[in-house]
Ligand binder design. Structure first.
Ligand code: BGC
Length: 387
């Protein structure tokens, strides 16, 4: 066989073509999504992959507006709850699709003591006498406009949202720099990378607050979805929805999801914890090595949800030590979703990867205190499949 030698120019062209082929994923474009009532422009980014998955996210709250995935027959539906307009998000949203922080979930009595000093937060949740600070206070990270930078890698589109939460904002200490990056890759994974640094010690606990309905948003309740959570224990709550401090075994309770169980199978059971939560609204202690303090980046399985009618499967992996399973108990049919359907009770569920609620007041829980000079990194991956 005769050896052929390519002229240098042709081989240069071929290698350039190979390089650009390897990095041909386009950077997503920013499009306007209206202005807040204060006049701040909000942008939306659309991430798409080669398998027909499409995720739209806006700079207000780093909120995921829609997430389209195929069912077992290849038919796409939008599997997250949300609104059509920015105005609706601003008016009243139960944190649809947003990043919540500086502290996701509750802090008892809206206060904590750090390095001998008491900090007071807004008590924006609970009945009189049972008050707490929920999801970062009155104007948490879900209600601010983030900066955004579109990104692309081989086989993945992304957007990096960043926000500077000033010292004293919502009562929390320290200037906290936050970066949250969404990646959508061709393997049908939506990856959320969190990165935070502060100039003073502060509690931090960010999470992604999407409400899923794997049948499609607006298509009834989620009670037939089958959930698996690999957790031997959960953090039981008191009447104020604050953890008692106990890590209680799930064995023999309706909170045992170690084997797949329909969400609705035991939701009406005569169980104190389900009564207190009005359904499921509990933090599960994930079966994985507990990091002392803030976690590293390796992810572990946290939950799987299978929807039998459409075959959609959602698998969640995280580096966080806990996950809040909230069965949409406070949805009550008063909110109208983006396609015009109302959202009745339990028409969406949240699986919020996190550190445990009220950790700043619970010395036995893994610490949520970010110290100055440290960078906190955390990752959660949402995988979309069918079976
Ligand atoms: C909490 C619920 C709360 C809901 C607000 C969830 O993360 O666990 O208790 O009502 O957020 O939409």
């Amino acid at each position: 066989m005769k050896a052929t030698t390519q002229p240098p120019l042709l081989s240069a062209v071929l290698s350039l073509a190979a390089t650009s082929f390897a990095f041909c994923t386009e950077t997503p474009e920013a499009k306007p999504f209206g202005k807040t009532k204060d006049g701040a422009p909000v942008e939306v980014f659309t991430l798409v992959n080669k398998q027909g998955v499409k995720l739209r996210a806006m700079t207000y709250g780093a909120t995921v507006l829609s997430l389209e995935t195929p069912d077992r027959n290849g038919k796409s539906a939008d599997i997250v709850l949300g609104y059509k307009t920015l105005g609706q998000y601003e008016k009243s949203s139960p944190y649809f699709g947003a990043i919540v922080g500086r502290y996701g979930n509750r802090i008892a009595g809206g206060k904590f003591t750090l390095q001998g000093k008491e900090y007071k937060l807004a008590e924006n949740n609970g009945a009189p006498g049972l008050k707490s600070s929920l999801h970062g206070g009155l104007r948490g990270f879900d209600k601010v406009v983030w900066k955004a930078e579109p990104l692309a890698q081989d086989g993945a589109q992304g957007v990096r949202f960043s926000y500077l939460s000033k010292d004293g904002e919502e009562g929390y200490p320290g200037n906290l720099e936050v970066k949250v990056t969404y990646w959508l890759n061709d393997q049908n994974e939506w990856r959320v990378d969190y990165e935070m640094a502060s100039d003073k010690a502060t509690p931090v606990n960010l999470t992604q607050h999407s409400y899923f309905n794997l049948k499609g948003e607006g298509r009834g309740d989620i009670l037939g979805h089958e959930l698996t959570v690999p957790a031997a224990k959960f953090t039981p709550v008191n009447a104020a929805m604050i953890p008692t401090g106990e890590l209680r075994s799930v064995a023999g309770t309706p909170l045992d999801f170690n084997q797949p169980k329909a969400i609705g199978a035991r939701i009406q059971a005569d169980d104190e914890q389900l009564r207190l939560g009005g359904g499921y609204d509990h933090n599960f202690v994930l079966k994985r090595p507990l990091f002392s303090g803030l976690s590293g980046r390796g992810t572990f399985p946290a939950a799987t949800v299978h929807e039998p009618e459409t075959g959609r499967v959602l698998t969640i992996l995280t580096s966080e030590p806990g996950i809040q399973f909230y069965s949409g108990n406070f949805l009550d049919g008063t909110l109208t979703g983006k396609a015009g359907a109302r959202y009745p009770k339990r028409s969406g569920f949240c699986l919020e990867t996190q550190h445990y609620p009220d950790s700043p007041n619970q010395p036995s829980f893994p610490s949520t205190i970010l110290k100055p000079g440290k960078v906190l990194k955390s990752t959660t991956v949402f995988q979309f499949g069918v079976k």
